[in-house]
Design a binder for this molecule. Structure first.
Ligand SMILES: Cc1cc2nc3c(=O)[nH]c(=O)nc-3n(C[C@H](O)[C@H](O)[C@H](O)COP(=O)(O)O)c2cc1C
Length: 344
């Protein structure tokens, strides 16, 4: 079975749903000595299976697949309908579709795909899988990682029997991995959160959130992380599938800060502050993935028009340092900087 200590370079390219994580990115990071991740979120089981087969054909090294844990059913339909009517006034041509009570994102089918393909590393976000999934995946030889954002979540994950934790700090780009949609995510900075979790669990820890320099990586490894996980840091690489508008926004001087917002999906997520967030932040109810599906047509339209102000520009606090070039070179440069960093 995989172990983080097998990695030549203890850097993980984060799973990034929505298009950024491509098989090309996974293969490039793997072949350079790190760990690449496919993002199963929002994908059909068939599309996931095709990507797994492609990655397997192109690298012999261990790779990961990340799964979204299904969320509790819709609790406040009226609030989502109200948000839909607000958006409908602004986007009269948009077809928002029906509001579903539940959307498990084909979780069971994707679990079956992952087991069938004996995926070496599987991580989970937005909660914990049922114990039978843990057992079946372990029987298939997978190394399991639960993403956690607090000491309490870390304890629960260790109790379930996973093999490692991805500790996600508040600096992270994209969705916070909190186990419950309505919960407000913690604000303890990654370095402190890592130390707090290290004190109560014995599992290997992978630190994630706002990491953009060798100095940070060296400090987190010195504080007990077995590896670090970067998402935003790979968004501008040659192999990234992020839209051009998203990549350009990371270095566009008109985008100056990131904020945590529920505006696009109903779940707290960190992205560049843009016009859509300014206009709607206070109106979005905490219902995921219903709000995600509601804003999908708006985001798709903005993507067609190359309009960064209508997109979810997920980005961590270190966004300005996201480097361009081949992912292997970005990984190598970060690791080189880590070796030369002086840890206080
Ligand atoms: C565009 C984008 C998409 C993301 N999608 C996922 C995902 O599908 N699953 C997941 O577990 N984390 C996802 N994340 C969060 C990352 O796993 C990780 O926690 C985060 O990128 C770390 O912070 P950083 O972006 O500052 O490096 C995403 C992050 C970004 C930026």
């Amino acid at each position: 079975m995989f172990s983080p200590s097998d990695l030549d370079i203890p850097i993980v390219a984060a799973p990034m749903a929505g298009g950024a994580s491509t098989p090309n990115l996974v293969v490039a990071v793997n072949e350079a000595g790190g760990l690449g991740f496919l993002a199963a979120g929002y994908k059909t089981p068939q599309a996931l299976a095709e990507q797994i087969v492609e990655v397997r054909e192109r690298t012999e090294r261990a790779f990961g697949v990340n799964l979204f844990i299904p969320q509790a059913p819709l609790t406040d339909r009226a609030a989502v309908e109200l948000y839909r009517s607000v958006l409908a006034l602004e986007y009269p041509a948009a077809d928002f579709g029906a509001i579903a009570d539940t959307d498990p994102d084909w979780f069971d089918e994707k679990v079956a795909v992952v087991i069938e393909h004996h995926v070496p590393v599987v991580s989970f976000t937005f909660g914990l899988p049922p114990v039978d999934v843990v057992e079946r995946m372990h029987a298939a030889g997978s190394f399991l990682i639960a993403t956690v954002t607090s000491v309490s979540e870390a304890r629960q994950a260790q109790g379930l029997g996973v093999d490692a934790l991805c500790v996600q700090g508040p600096e992270a780009g994209g969705h916070r991995a909190t186990f419950a949609t309505r919960e407000e995510p913690g604000t303890l900075a990654l370095g402190e959160l890592l130390i707090a979790i290290r004190a109560v669990v014995t599992l290997p820890l992978i630190a994630a959130g706002g990491i953009h320099s060798g100095g940070q990586i060296a400090s987190l490894l010195a504080a007990g992380a077995a590896a670090v996980q970067l998402g935003t840091g790979f968004l501008r690489t040659d192999e990234s599938g992020a839209t051009r508008a998203h990549q350009n926004a990371l270095v566009d001087p008109s985008f100056t800060e990131t904020v945590v917002t529920r505006v696009f999906s109903g779940r707290p997520a960190r992205g560049l502050l843009n016009d859509f967030i300014v206009a709607h932040d206070a109106k979005a109810p905490p219902e995921y993935p219903q709000v995600h599906h509601l804003t999908k047509v708006i985001r798709a339209d903005a993507a067609r028009r190359n309009d960064a102000d209508g997109l979810a520009l997920w980005a961590g606090t270190g966004f300005r340092d996201a480097r361009t070039g081949p992912a292997a070179a970005v990984l190598g440069a970060l690791w080189n900087d880590t070796q030369f960093a002086v840890v206080a």
